[in-house]
Design a protein around this ligand. Sequence first.
Ligand SMILES: C[S@@+](CC[C@H](N)C(=O)[O-])C[C@H]1O[C@@H](n2cnc3c(N)ncnc32)[C@H](O)[C@@H]1O
Length: 413
Amino acid sequence: MPREGLGDEGPRPLVLRVCLAVERGRYLEPTLDRALARSRLAGPDRGLATRLAYGVFQRLFYLDHALAPWLRKPGALPPAVRWILRLGTYEKLFLRTPDHATVHQWVGIAKNRAPGHARLVNAVLRRVTHRPAPPWARASVPRFLFQHWAAFFGDAGFVEAFNQPPPLWVTAFPGAEEVLRAEGVDYRPGPVPGSLALFGGPLRTLAAYRRGLIQPQNPASLLAARLLSPRPGDRILDLAGGAGIKAAWLAAHGAEVISVDRDRRRQEEGRKNLARLGLRVRFITADLARGAPETAPKVLLDAPCTGTGTIRHHPELRYRLEPGDPERMQARQLALLEAAAGAVAPGGLLVYAVCSLTEAEGEGAIRGFLNRHPDFVPEPLAVDLPVLKQGLGVYLRPEAGLDGFYYAQLRRL
Ligand SMILES: C[S@@+](CC[C@H](N)C(=O)[O-])C[C@H]1O[C@@H](n2cnc3c(N)ncnc32)[C@H](O)[C@@H]1O
């Protein structure tokens, strides 16, 4: 067996390996990043591997729909053959490789991986074409989610924007721009103050990144922290704070921040990150289902969610969702909101955010919370970004590289 990822593996076999790992439960982004880091692929081959890997997951339901007329029992095929067919179909229908080269490449891989199926791969890839598909398959989103989006937002057309590649978004810490300029990196301000779009890289080669002065973060995620309007000396609780990237940004604006999460390992990463920036955040490892360990006048709850607003970066997530998942997640979010409520000082502010675009995890969760908490009132939110729906909170439209998010702001009486 060749050692994984080493040697002269081309972009297509590498992506096939990545797809099989993702099917077994891995996340696409880190799996692809690791495979590319260990490979000798360069320039256009790296670009092709990335386009194939993201593209096949962005279009998976549609690809299966296009393949359906040519396969009697797709579920009975060995996984490698199914992925060869999907990848070959994606390349043929969506990339500019000439058809004969696409077929030749994928048949060659089939001969290696599954010789008994090489003729089938050849026959199917020669014939497969675009064909009309129901809207959820065309958008490649689970039917229940597509129907929910169409009903709740009035139109699910925004979903196509999830298939456009985003800029490289980073959050800038004080001093970042001077270092970027000194390095000659091309960048422009993002749509949320403090966020930048970079045109350079790769990220890990930049001094500003190695020093922690720029950190990958979607502007929509940064906005959740900005809604707390941090001022020097503010005491802020960052609940479900993970590795504390929002906490770090709040601390960089002078706030005294306490970040609570149950994941000790992520908090350890956060501590190291804070140390290299010379910033201070107090981390507390605790399960919020048992209540919050501190109180403060400003509290952020960036709650765990189904992540339906992040399927641009994580296109594989959509295939892991089941009907009922948003409602199951809402039960967890309500438990964390209960802990957050107990942590807000009288007269204080609670900001709730999720990177998901479902009624259950957004308005539904907040409505459920307010029914039990007459001591909280919603405050209007002014968001200077494209909006999908607003009323009780705001749903951000996931366009121009922004993740889909829901935010609500509640005042404790
Ligand atoms: C959406 S992430 C938030 C990440 C973080 N705020 C950031 O900006 O990167 C949700 C976080 O909730 C944490 N979490 C989930 N359930 C929890 C619980 N019961 N108690 C504490 N933390 C919890 C997870 O460990 C995860 O870090």
